[in-house]
Design a protein around this ligand. Structure first.
Ligand SMILES: Nc1ncnc2c1ncn2[C@@H]1O[C@H](COP(=O)(O)OP(=O)(O)OP(=O)(O)O)[C@@H](O)[C@H]1O
Ligand SMILES: [Mg+2]
Length: 341
């Protein structure tokens, strides 16, 4: 049987798998629910459904934290279950190839965890390639990463924001901020507690962000949410305004703008000139905040290009690399070769 190719983007919040010849076959929450410390109660979207609704005997967690695999045992369990869903079975023929997107600004030990994830399980593994996430994300947006012109891509995810300058298929500079959509949610929880004396869960904060999040303040909208009163400990509710949600987002957005500016100031003028000419590419789920393009355009004074499907750019870029393996050979790094050197 011919070998199969799988591309995996293991995000802090979402896991996506692209299968050669099939397209995007898995798109689920990167979560696991463990019962009584060892039994798997649920994986992926099913675990997310249970999140913040379970008894103390069930613990729900994300195996990827701040963009890197933090809990290899649970990551193994999630990957195994989801790869099984798309027909990647174990056996003797070693003919499957795996393409894993990894953040570029992480340690070798952190990168190694991606190799261990696939190598230590029997997925008929023929080879494992790692691709730096920003390169995959750019390819997923049809950007010619091999061009001699410099380009900048900003991936605003759940746990990380990665700002990268690319030229001729290589990364010139990459800065990984351990901040993203989760930072906004935590800040919403904090402000609701301070201003309304109400303790809300992460899911409620996400709801407020999706309903009221807007990069331009002053829409004057509000939503009623339920939580626990800080003083009495009893269930209570409050009307939360979009001003509060904007306040919860602004520090993070300011930090992203500041980091982009710093990078633009430190790279050679030829590259910054190219970036000004081509525009800055934005992707990742957090770029779905309405009017963010207007805010960035005004504060950076550079054209901004927003991905139409920002949650899928990276995994679709892996698909491009898998389908044109010989064209993009120099963008992939085989960890198997490195391991057996
Ligand atoms: N409409 C929206 N408005 C604002 N934020 C959104 C919207 N839709 C999704 N998000 C946010 O996008 C984030 C998920 O994006 P993405 O899937 O790119 O992250 P990830 O790949 O899991 O994380 P990372 O790349 O940081 O490891 C979540 O924080 C989610 O709240
Ligand atoms: Mg991501």
């Amino acid at each position: 049987m011919a070998g199969r190719k799988y591309g995996l983007d293991l995000g802090t919040m979402n896991i996506r798998i692209f299968q050669g010849g099939h397209g995007l076959v898995v798109y689920e929450k990167n979560m696991i629910a463990i019962q009584r410390k060892k039994e798997v109660a649920a994986i992926g979207n099913d675990a997310f459904e249970m999140y913040e609704r379970t008894p103390a005997s069930i613990v729900i967690s994300n195996p990827v934290r701040d963009g890197v695999i933090a809990d290899i045992n649970n990551m193994n369990k999630v990957a195994e279950a989801l790869l099984k869903k798309c027909g990647c079975t174990t056996g003797f023929m070693r003919n499957n190839s795996f393409y894993l997107a990894v953040p570029s600004d992480v340690t070798e030990v952190e990168k190694r965890a991606y190799f261990d994830l696939i190598a230590h399980s029997a997925y008929n593994t023929h080879n494992i390639f790692v691709v730096e996430k920003p390169l995959a994300a750019a390819l997923g947006e049809n950007v010619d990463v091999k061009s001699k012109k410099g380009m900048m891509i900003v991936d605003m995810g759940a746990g990380t924001t990665e700002i990268t300058v690319i030229t001729m298929g290589g990364i010139v500079v990459s800065k990984l901020l351990k901040m993203g959509g989760n930072t906004i949610n935590a800040s919403i929880c904090q402000l609701v507690k301070e201003r309304h004396h109400l303790v809300i869960g992460d899911k409620t904060a996400e709801y407020l962000k999706l309903e009221l999040g807007h990069a331009i303040p002053g829409q004057g909208r509000g939503k009623t949410v339920f939580g626990r009163d800080v003083i009495t400990g009893l269930p209570s509710k409050a009307e939360v305004s979009d001003h509060l949600v904007f306040d919860a987002m602004k520090n993070y957005l300011f930090q992203v703008v500041r980091t982009i500016r710093n990078i633009m100031e430190t790279i050679p003028p030829e590259l910054s000139g190219d970036i000004i000419e081509n525009g800055i590419y934005f992707t990742g789920g957090t770029t779905l905040i309405p009017e963010l393009d207007r805010l960035f355009n005004a504060s950076l004074r550079v054209k901004v290009v927003f991905a139409p499907k920002p949650l899928e750019s990276t995994v679709r870029g892996l698909g491009v690399i898998m389908d044109h393996a010989s064209d993009y050979k120099d963008l992939t790094f085989s960890l198997r070769d490195a391991a057996f050197e």
